[in-house]
Design a protein around this ligand. Sequence first.
Ligand SMILES: *[C@@H]1O[C@H](CO)[C@@H](O)[C@H](O)[C@H]1NC(C)=O
Ligand SMILES: *[C@@H]1O[C@H](CO)[C@@H](O)[C@H](O)[C@H]1NC(C)=O
Length: 378
Amino acid sequence: MCVCVCVCVRPFCDCVWDRREGMDACGTSLVLILLFWLGAGSRAADIYWTYSGQMGQPQWSEFFPDCGGSGQSPINVDSAQTKFEPRLPAIRPLGYSQHSNEPFTLSNNGHTVVMPLPSWMGIGGLPWQFSAVQLHLHWGNGASVATGSEHTINGRSTAAELHIVHYNSELYENISMAMTQRDGLAVLGVLMEVGEETNQAYANIINYLSRIRHAGDKVTIPAFDIQTLLPKDLRSYYRYNGSLTTPPCYQSVLWTVFQETVKLSLPQLVKLETLLYSTEEGSSDPLVLQDNYRATQPLNQRVVLASFKHTGVKVYNAGEIAAIVMGSLCGCVGLAVIIRFIIKTIRSKDMEKALKQDMALKTATESSKSAEPTQSEP
Ligand SMILES: *[C@@H]1O[C@H](CO)[C@@H](O)[C@H](O)[C@H]1NC(C)=O
Ligand SMILES: *[C@@H]1O[C@H](CO)[C@@H](O)[C@H](O)[C@H]1NC(C)=O
């Protein structure tokens, strides 16, 4: 219990640790801490969480029950399993390009870089009117360009992913009201890859990251055309019902993941993946803000719609190729074993037959031999 009192100061980590070690008192202490938090008037969203470690992804659902739900995000989109829906219209950004002279504010919240958007920006082409709330990014660790995105397509990750969050302003008064409702939010997801050229649109954000290196830092930046962050093709996308990809993981998001990716230069990606810290300035234990993407979640019974028809052959990834090769090998070996068994069975049957015939012949000869002398006896 003493340990758990300390836990109240250092949120949860120690307690989770102790519970793993099998200390029973922690169950009670967690309840006490939760009560303490509620008493202090804090929202559940204020509970400390991380992508890995003691408060990492597997632990999220202990404190945020929705994270353990059956309709979570992100997902892997298996393009062969998607359902073509020709009635899905193109996404129409509303007011994305009409930035006023009001600057934007970029901040490091310890989990990502986030930029609030004016509510007069929105999107059309969805079942309701949705107003913009904010945009943020997810990325990898600077060592590989192959990981960083949250959604994967046919098992393949990309280097990073942009999310533009909107709330249903037709049905709800504000984001707080909307975010817990089934039809409350709509997020646009843009997969980002490494290309040859500097992306001028993303430079509007990336060039200012050095000014918000620590958690809690903020900087005002010149307003720019948000639509330039989107891919050119706004007709081709995947659509499914999912969740927020961070705690509290509310299952309130109508997802749109564009088929077309956008490209960043490698130096831009490296800046994104190495400049920021998830810790505050002066922290004794500074932590680089990396790998802030959630693992893909089970699709369960959900259907992923595609606004476009798939063309071209399916591209297999390394895992699938390995599976196919192993499968074929196993198949061949299995077949060989079966054939060998059949041949062996036939052979042993033949041998048995031959042996039987042989025996029969022998018996016959022997009996005729033994009979002969009697016959020849006068
Ligand atoms: C959202 O709207 C509700 C209902 O009108 C209100 O009580 C709440 O304070 C609002 N929240 C924010 C953050 O504006
Ligand atoms: C999402 O859920 C709503 C409400 O249950 C349903 O009407 C809609 O068809 C679903 N959309 C997709 C893309 O599955």
